[in-house]
Write a protein that binds this ligand. Structure first.
Ligand SMILES: [Zn+2]
Length: 169
């Protein structure tokens, strides 16, 4: 096993463990909310402040559990404006350099390229700016000519690009 393999394995393992810890905290917190609520519904407890404190602490546990979970954290990192609801699309641009040793095919003119522009895009359903569901995700490569020609029409995805995205993913 090469050093980079063991690093990747450790990363994957820590992701799984964080996710597990996150779900445990959410479960524990959920229980902490449900039990006092049931107790209150069952009959008035001697001191109503106690269940209130337990519920509050449990809600903190749930929030912490969500935050610890890598999947949720990545979503939190991708959050948009709080006013954003419904389907929306983001495109991230980055330069592909020859030093990366990748060979891609330009989606504009179908030539092979080792440098150009990579556009990764994601179509997500957002609630208050938080992505809750990913409809489609994909990466397209553009040669320098197509990238410059295309950037003039301000990042709008054409029907062909959409078709490419849907067949790739
Ligand atoms: Zn091209």
């Amino acid at each position: 096993m090469s050093p980079s393999d063991s690093v990747a394995l450790a990363d994957a393992l820590s992701d799984v463990l964080s996710a597990l810890a996150g779900w445990l905290l959410v479960g524990l917190g959920g229980l902490g909310v449900a039990v006092p609520l049931l107790a209150v519904l069952d009959g008035t407890p001697s001191n109503p402040a106690v269940p209130a404190v337990v519920v509050l602490l449990s809600l903190c546990l749930v929030a912490f559990g969500v935050f610890v979970n890598p999947r949720f954290r990545r979503r939190l990192d991708r959050r948009r404006s709080i006013r954003e609801f419904g389907r929306s699309r983001v495109v991230e641009h980055r330069v592909l350099r020859a030093a990366e040793g990748r060979t891609e095919r330009c989606v504009g003119c179908d030539t092979r390229l080792t440098e150009g522009e990579l556009r990764r895009y994601r179509e997500e359903f957002c609630l208050a700016g938080l992505p809750v569901y990913t409809h489609a995700e994909g990466e397209n490569a553009y040669c320098l000519d197509c990238a410059t020609a295309d950037s003039r029409e301000a990042g709008s995805v054409t029907a062909d690009e959409r078709a490419d995205l849907l067949t790739e993913s």
